[in-house]
Design a binder for this molecule. Sequence first.
Ligand SMILES: Cc1ncc(C[n+]2csc(CCOP(=O)(O)OP(=O)(O)O)c2C)c(N)n1
Ligand SMILES: [Mg+2]
Length: 555
Amino acid sequence: MNHSSTLMHGGKILANALVRQGVEFAFGVPGESFLPLLDGLVDHDSKLRFITCRQEGGASYMAEAYAKLTGKPGVLMVTRGPGAANALIGVHTAYQDSTPMVLLIGQVGTDMVGREAFQEMDYRKVYSECAKWVGSIDRADRIDEYISHAFHLAQSGRKGPVVLALPEDVLFAQAHEHPSPKAQIISPGLDQALFSKAMQALAKAERGMILAGGGSWTKDACDALKHWANREGVPVATSFRSQDLIDNHDPCFAGDLGIAANPALVKRVQEADVLLVIGERLGEMTTGGYTILSVPKPALTLIHVLPSPDELGRVYAADYALACSPEAFCFALTNVTMGKQHKPERMHAVHKDYLAFSQPNSIPGDVQLSEIVAKLANELPRNAILTNGAGNFAAWLHRFYPYGGFKTQLAPANGSMGYGLPAAIAAKLVDPQRVVVAFCGDGDFMMNCQELATALRYQAQPIVLIINNGMYGTIRMHQEREFKSRVSGTELTNPDFVRFAESFSMPGYRVERTEQFASALQAALNSSRGAIIEIVIDPEAISPSKRLSDLGRPS
Ligand SMILES: Cc1ncc(C[n+]2csc(CCOP(=O)(O)OP(=O)(O)O)c2C)c(N)n1
Ligand SMILES: [Mg+2]
């Protein structure tokens, strides 16, 4: 086997291997379990920056968001048991959102494994439900091989997280490098015969629709889809939190099939005769709990395109199931022409449905959140990145903000709280000049607010909007529905967010009336240190379309 003549410790071999994979950032919290790796990074500081975070949960979200934004694997480094436990949240997000990630975890020495030594965990068990693969590098002379495998696997087929344990003695051991080249992204080719049959079915459609979503898209794929859809007059809906695959101003954009989707869009999908689904698994949130399309065989012709054959046929029995990347598929789509029975005007009618649904509406209280989101849309550049975590507050963003196209949305399709702030920090690290806005709930923001210190340290401070209703509103909503006015465990006590912002050297503003937002946003946009804008909404405004007290009434 080829190897370098110089002996070096495992941590250095590992750091070199990561640089060869093109890793620019590693997010993490240090631990005594991987000191040689930290040492190995010292020589690469200009190429590969270790971003020292304040909690592994925040770090794991940053790694996930970095990967979502750049398409490159997010790298996360954490310590043994406690670090591994904290990191799980972002690994789960990467798994459900099909985001490539490589998680490197310290491990007890190979001479102690299996004794339940200090902080020992069996990562194969811990991550068995949410990683594509869990390995342990048990020999320093095989580090390069393991890293190559991990980076290939994270990016192949349905992308996702892989986990590598780093036993302490292996990191300290002296060995030779066996350099591997950068991993290639391998995706199965298009089955031409099946593609032709599927496209004949599509071309015959009278009410054809496209649903695009999932984690494997490239800008070229999105552009190809947008051009084809406009040329042929076929509406394109997006799945839950994949809303930026098509510029929402584009005439082919039909809206998103997420939580509380536009009823008109749901009807359009159900009335379609051919539905072409590209890159989207057809998960619970996108299918309205598997009701919009009936399981296993929807009452339409289903063409399902996914990057991995493993997911096809899992829930829905497609008429044509194609294992192929969105890019290869969308490029091939360019040659398809819809038949004469197809009415291209329908695309404009569907876009009109979307425009009508996204017009600001009225909610109780002095703050009209839909108008604030409309103001954001007017003031932010089209390439601004909007991030969010989970909670009812996000419904206003998804419904009323017209995303500007490819990579303007970073949001967890697994509905994981606390994502918005770390994701926004990662986006600022990748592109400091870009306007990045984290749209958070009061519950959601506080889950990772400690990462404001990370943002301060690396001058990666975004604009943070905190929608404050003094509660875990989403859960309260479900509580009112199920247990009528019996409130339990959903009320919150919050800090003074303005002073909180100032303690991280960021300006803070409090908005209690709609008209106060414009000047706060202007000041935030002019700030070089980001800002926090707390937006106090009436708890009665439990969602864009529901009053809290209406839910509590006996039905
Ligand atoms: C990590 C995590 N914990 C718990 C939940 C369950 N959950 C979903 S939404 C929500 C409340 C969100 O509260 P907040 O951020 O204040 O938003 P609101 O619903 O009030 O707008 C909770 C607790 C979750 N999705 N993720
Ligand atoms: Mg809240």
